[in-house]
Design a protein around this ligand. Sequence first.
Ligand SMILES: Nc1nc2c(ncn2[C@@H]2O[C@H](COP(=O)(O)OP(=O)(O)OP(=O)(O)O)[C@@H](O)[C@H]2O)c(=O)[nH]1
Length: 202
Amino acid sequence: MSAIVLAGGGSTRMGKNKALLQLGEKTMIERIVDTLRPLFNEIILVTNHPEEYHFLKNIIYIKDEKILEERNSLIGIYSGLLAANNSYAFVVPCDMPFLNQGLIKYMIDKLEDEDVFIPFIEGHYQPLHAIYSKRCIEPIKKLLDQQKYKIINFFHEVSIKTIDEDTVKRFSKEFTCFLNVNTYQAYLDIQKHWDKLLIRGD
Ligand SMILES: Nc1nc2c(ncn2[C@@H]2O[C@H](COP(=O)(O)OP(=O)(O)OP(=O)(O)O)[C@@H](O)[C@H]2O)c(=O)[nH]1
């Protein structure tokens, strides 16, 4: 299985590239890549500025397919899946620093032949912490062509399996593994509660 890390967004709420923010001894993107490394035989970073990530080793860098003017994570998933050398890919954003290795491994192990394997938490899918098959490429392209960018809008065209809250809680009691760092305030809060968050993420 491949891992696809999305890093092609504008980080407008943060005001600077959030992937490169320092958290403890590592940048956010390094934390993510280090968590994924033992689990996947290829890691694909989808970014239009690969030069900003020269410090990451053994990574495949790809740019977004040039089919849209605007930015959105769906185009990143599409571009990553097209480039992936495996039939399945686990997709994550560049701003989810408390990824739980145990949960991701569980997802890899429990995948059967579904097209999407995804946590369903508090009434919502977690589309940026999910496994997608290459069979999703066509339905995603259809959405992009219709200028519809909500990831879950193609789910009715593919087979889906979900992971429930209780299962996720076995790995990450308070769902810290899905925590996004989108704003500078969120970044400051995380730094303040760093030790506690690291434990909760386990
Ligand atoms: N490859 C790629 N990734 C994207 C694109 N747009 C967003 N992403 C990624 O998708 C994830 C979620 O993005 P958001 O937080 O919604 O958007 P963002 O642009 O990063 O941040 P804001 O500008 O503050 O909304 C992040 O990892 C982004 O880097 C895109 O056009 N291409």
